[in-house]
Write a protein that binds this ligand. Structure first.
Ligand code: 6PG
Length: 467
């Protein structure tokens, strides 16, 4: 009796994804050197499902139906290459190896080519939704060759999250495209998380306590801001600490960690180039959060009380709501513009409408807004930036003046709101028919004879700048 699907790495993500697969009628086998993990896998299986854990890789590979379908969920980087090397003597032509972790797409490209020469399919597949998502239905972002995808499509569709009965998985393009889309997903995740944390501090500045913050975010989650991240934020304010009488959030250190995918999004955006300034701000603020010692010194040097908020608390909550909504749309807009450009520059053929549709359920950035974007792409599948969609423009315009009010107040009050400010600054540049960059061109020509173009006469010009 051969198994349908194999998993390498039985950490919580690997185990949960395998259990989810088994719950959908597939027979599954998992490998991990650690026998405690293989035992934990079998112990957690739903009654009546076929789930086996083995501590021997060859033993697992031999028991898979051909073409073999194997996924690895191991840390990005060398561990992925190590798994590939240990699999090579065991797999055969036509088998499909999937990397379901957060690998950089250039590594995926390299691995696709390496294995293609050996007639093995290698797919980079983004999986989002955390531990719970893996168990009950993640959002799945596969890239690679279409033939490989056809082998795993039924299985991925079965285990993915569903929105209106549609699975949150679709073929998202060639070679490294799956991991590219997942990287940008994470960049957007960073931006929205930063915007939410700025909204939190802006509301705290107006005196809201944790219960009021809970109520506010809970209410927001019932409206236009409905999203996984707003929903869990509402929950977080209520969590009690088990060591003190405080709320847990209030005793958590403000140094934010990161595993690198947000940084990759910023780095790769500059290669294209595409401006993703809200994501850049989010990455930078996590970095600043690490300057704890310096921030303590700077606080002593610079902290003077900033201006008080001038509107009523009720009005402030409404304004911050709109600012968060505005910033969130800008975060998606920048991420999607990056995918649009990368798809062309890197020849990945990423179907943007499908990427947005896949993000509607299961993943960390799932939100009601994605329905709006799905509609925008229905009207215009080749949209270079969702800000150009009239429906999105109407929403942006409705949130614009409150966003300006919040940004102005944050500046006057001295409350850090880098991502929010970036979103407004980007918007104001993007909607400018003529920017002030003519002056930059003049300066470049002045000191370096870099030449410039004119608005009235075609051609390239240089001036001896002596008045
Ligand atoms: C997901 C997440 C996940 C990511 C974590 C941690 O889609 O499920 O994006 O893949 O690893 O969110 O990211 P950082 O440690 O960089 O914050």
């Amino acid at each position: 009796n051969l198994f349908d699907f194999g998993m390498i790495g039985l950490g919580v993500m690997g185990r949960n994804l395998l259990l989810n697969t088994a719950d959908h009628g597939f027979s599954v086998i998992g490998f991990d050197k650690d026998e405690a993990k293989t035992a934990a896998l079998e112990a957690a299986a739903t009654e009546g499902t076929t789930v086996k854990g083995v501590p021997d890789l060859a033993h697992m590979v031999q028991q898979l139906q051909r073409p073999r379908k194997l996924m690895m969920l191991v840390p990005a980087g060398k561990p992925v290459d190590d798994v590939i090397e240990s699999l090579l003597p065991l797999v055969e032509k036509g088998d499909v190896i999937i990397d379901g972790g957060n690998s950089h797409y250039t590594d995926t490209l390299r691995r696709v080519k390496y294995l293609r020469d050996k007639e093995i399919h290698f797919m980079g597949v983004g999986v989002s939704g955390g531990e719970q998502g893996a168990r009950t239905g993640p959002s799945i972002m596969p890239g690679g060759d279409l033939e490989a995808y056809s082998h795993v499509k039924p299985l991925l569709e079965a285990i993915a999250a569903k929105v209106n009965g549609e699975p949150c998985v679709a073929y998202l393009g060639k070679e490294g495209a799956g991991h590219y889309v997942k990287m940008v997903h994470n960049g957007i995740e960073y931006a929205i998380m930063q915007l939410i944390s700025e909204s939190y501090t802006l509301l705290k500045h107006a005196g809201l306590n944790n219960d009021e913050l809970h109520e506010t975010f809970k209410k927001w989650n019932e409206g236009a801001l409905q999203s996984f991240l707003v929903e869990i934020t509402a929950d977080i304010f209520l969590q009690k600490d088990d060591k003190t009488t405080a709320r847990l959030l209030d005793v958590i250190s403000d140094k934010a960690g990161s595993k690198g995918t947000g940084k990759w999004t910023s780095q790769d955006s500059m290669e294209l180039p595409v401006a993703v300034s809200v994501i850049d701000s989010a990455v930078a603020m996590r970095t600043v959060s690490g300057y704890k010692e310096e921030r303590i010194k700077a606080a002593a040097l610079y902290n003077e009380s900033g201006a008080a908020i001038t509107v009523s608390t009720e009005e402030w909550i409404k304004q911050v709501h709109d600012a968060l909504y505005f910033g969130t749309i800008l975060s998606y807009a920048q991420g999607l513009a990056m995918l649009y450009q990368a798809s062309r520059e890197l020849a990945m053929d990423i179907p943007l409408p499908d990427a947005v549709s896949v993000w509607r359920g299961g993943c960390i950035i799932r939100s009601t807004l994605l329905e709006t974007f799905t509609q925008a792409y229905k009207n215009s599948p080749d949209l270079s930036n969702i800000l150009l969609d009239p429906g999105v423009a109407a929403i942006i315009k409705s949130a614009e003046s409150n966003t300006r009010a919040v940004v102005a107040q944050a500046a006057l009050s001295g409350v850090p709101a880098a991502a929010l400010m970036s979103s407004l600054a980007y918007f104001d540049a993007y909607r400018s028919e003529r920017m002030a960059t003519n002056l930059i061109q003049a300066q470049r020509d002045y000191f370096g004879a870099h030449t410039y173009q004119r608005t009235d006469i075609p051609g390239t010009f240089h001036t001896e700048w002596n008045h």
